[in-house]
Ligand binder design. Structure first.
Ligand SMILES: Nc1nc2c(ncn2[C@@H]2O[C@H](COP(=O)(O)OP(=O)(O)OP(=O)(O)O)[C@@H](O)[C@H]2O)c(=O)[nH]1
Ligand SMILES: [Zn+2]
Length: 325
């Protein structure tokens, strides 16, 4: 919706343009020109995410009702056979946090990348705990296939302030995702001082086994001034860049993708798709398969092909369990 239309609405029917900064089930926190409002939805169905732009009808007392959703540029979500979970909307980048210790799943990295690529979101891999030198080479080796594809890898130490990353994030609309233990909370705290209290609660909830807890929060990123200083913004001012902190992620199901979409989300497969001898090639053992040929001569990394196979099998299983997908 254009700026003009939005302002027109505001005058005409009293709605405010807002940005969802936190989603708790059916209750949302929305940043608006009138400040932060606690909002509800009208209907029974509530399917908004952090990063969604909405129209809000303010109701006094700092409350409001979400009236309409502005069309999304994209939506990051995950799903298994029976459930889907919206993660965040309108993202420019996804920061996939991994660490030198205690080891990370490169399959999970491929999953996050596939989810991002399928929605035109740019992935950046953040290798944390680079100060722990013993495992650094092994972690770099594990990330080599991603680096070879052109994915940006940024090495940091969240404990030492995550130097460099803050500048990289200026103006972006990004989300931090990662397995538990990668130092995501430490990183959020280093990047966004006001995040401190909230993240502790998330960790505790996850430790007690409540993995269904949904809690993501959007924080405005400070914009450096011409003089290079960071200026604190007032709460609710989310006009510039922002960062969404999401709960620790152990699984990232992609049941909502079909087989073709999954293959498309592996960027190295893209030039090869449509080149197989059989139109309906499943890239398993078919003669004349362009992907298998590329795997055999090293154009596709074996590890990435394993990831593709693993995710494809899981999607097939989800569709078998729930043919409605
Ligand atoms: N050496 C080192 N340790 C770090 C760094 N960042 C985080 N840690 C440590 O790693 C452990 C996990 O950090 P958290 O920030 O709690 O990790 P998390 O990924 O948020 O994990 P959950 O809270 O379980 O989701 C803590 O003991 C941190 O102190 C780092 O850059 N270097
Ligand atoms: Zn094929």
């Amino acid at each position: 919706m254009s700026q003009k239309k939005r302002h027109g609405n505001k005058e005409k029917d009293g709605t405010l343009a807002g940005l969802i900064v936190a989603a708790f089930g059916r209750h949302y926190e929305v940043a608006t020109p009138a400040g932060l409002l606690q909002c509800y939805t009208r209907g029974k169905k509530s399917s908004f995410a952090c990063g969604d732009r909405v129209e809000v009808v303010p109701g006094g007392d700092g409350q409001g009702v979400i009236d309409a959703l502005t069309p999304r540029h994209n939506l990051l979500w995950r799903s298994d056979a029976f459930r889907e979970k919206l993660i965040a909307a309108n993202l420019s980048h996804i920061l996939i946090v991994v660490a030198t210790e205690p080891g990370f799943s490169d399959l999970l990295v491929s999953r996050c990348i596939a989810a991002a690529e399928s929605q035109d979101i740019t992935p950046i891999i953040v290798l944390n705990k680079a100060d722990l030198g013993e495992r650094l080479d092994a972690s770099r080796a594990q990330l080599a296939p991603f680096r070879a594809l052109g994915y940006e890898v940024i090495e940091i130490s969240a404990l030492q302030g995550a130097a460099g990353l803050r500048e990289r994030l200026a103006g972006l609309h990004a989300i931090l995702v990662g397995q538990s233990g990668m130092g995501k909370s430490t990183l959020t705290n280093a990047l966004i001082p006001e995040a401190r209290a909230a993240t502790r609660e998330i960790s505790e909830a996850l430790d007690s086994g409540k993995h269904t807890t949904t809690f993501a929060r959007l924080y405005a990123l400070d914009e450096p001034t011409a003089a290079g200083e960071q200026v604190r913004k007032s709460a609710g001012n989310v006009e510039g860049g922002w960062l969404i902190d999401s709960p620790g992620l152990q699984v990232f199901g992609l049941a909502h993708l079909d087989a073709d979409e999954l293959a498309e989300s592996f960027v190295e497969f893209r030039p090869l798709l449509g080149q197989c001898r059989f139109r309906d090639c499943r890239h398993e053992a078919e003669p004349g398969c362009a992907l298998l040929a590329a795997l055999a001569d090293g154009r596709i990394a074996p590890r990435r092909f394993e990831h593709y196979r693993a995710i494809r099998a899981e999607i097939a299983e989800a569709k078998r369990l729930n043919p409605g997908w």
